[in-house]
Each structure stands twice: as C-alpha cells, then as structure tokens.
Design a protein around this ligand. Structure first.
Ligand SMILES: [Zn+2]
Length: 103
C-alpha cells in the first residue's frame, strides 16, 4: 500500500510464492519492481497487507520474524469468523496495534 501523509492512495498486488496456503512470502522480483514504482511516483510505502484465511487477526510468529520494515504498517485481514482488519507496527520482535480509519 502506497500513499502520502499516512493516507493510502494506491494498492499493489504481489504474488504469494509460498506453496503453503496458510503462509505468505512476496515474490522478491515483483516486490522490488513495485517498490521502485512507488519511489518514482512520489508516494511512500505505507503498509503491507495480507490475510489470515483461518486464523487470528494478530501477527503470527512468522509475520513478526519476516517484518523487515519497522516504519511500515502491517495490515492483517482475518476471514476466520467474520471479517476483521487490524494494523500493526512490528519492530524488534514486538508488535503494536495502531488505529486505522477506512474511508
Ligand atoms: Zn500473517
């Protein structure tokens, strides 16, 4: 998710190259290409989203381990019982929920 002044302006899809349907790992080539597009468009990377199709709306241990961008928000969509969306900053092995507003 890319935007300006904390507001998402554009959402990009990246292929999940993880074979296990309960895990995700973004295609590194696509990810790099999109990061370059965002940088040249004058927007900033604000967040990275993924879904938990059958799980909690909170970051998994693996999500925390693979959170390489401490300034970026990690948005998780849970589809388990009913739709839930939460956003987190993940830094040094810990996560902190942050408020989001959907407009
Ligand atoms: Zn996850």
């Amino acid at each position: 998710m890319a935007g300006k002044n904390k507001e998402v302006k554009r959402v990009y899809k990246v292929t999940n190259i993880e074979k296990n349907p309960y895990l995700f790992f973004m295609d590194p080539k696509e990810q790099l290409k999109i990061m370059n597009q965002i940088n040249t468009s004058g927007l900033k990377i604000l967040g990275i989203y993924h879904s938990h199709t059958d799980g909690s709306v909170y970051p998994s241990t693996r999500d925390i381990e693979l959170a390489f961008y401490p300034k970026v928000s990690y948005l998780i969509v849970s589809l388990k019982d009913n739709l839930q969306i939460k956003s987190f900053k993940i830094k040094e092995g810990r996560f902190k929920e942050e408020r989001i507003r959907i407009i």
